[in-house]
Ligand binder design. Structure first.
Ligand code: FES
Length: 57
């Protein structure tokens, strides 16, 4: 599923950022994938997907 429509970032891309790029925080996710850097409407969803990805990594 697409989490961030503005920047075309999927939940899969967020998990990949955690597993392969060492992303652990939302700021790191923004810097790595650009998630949430445009309209910001995806912020809470992106944070939840990031949290789940970090917890299950
Ligand atoms: Fe993510 Fe707009 S949907 S910044």
């Amino acid at each position: 599923m697409i989490v961030c429509v503005c920047n075309n970032v999927s939940d899969k891309a967020i998990r990949k950022a955690v597993e392969q790029n060492g992303v652990r925080t939302y700021i790191q996710l923004q810097r790595t994938t650009q998630t949430g850097t445009c309209c910001g409407k995806c912020t809470s969803c992106a944070k939840q997907v990031l949290k789940d990805a970090v917890e299950t990594y």
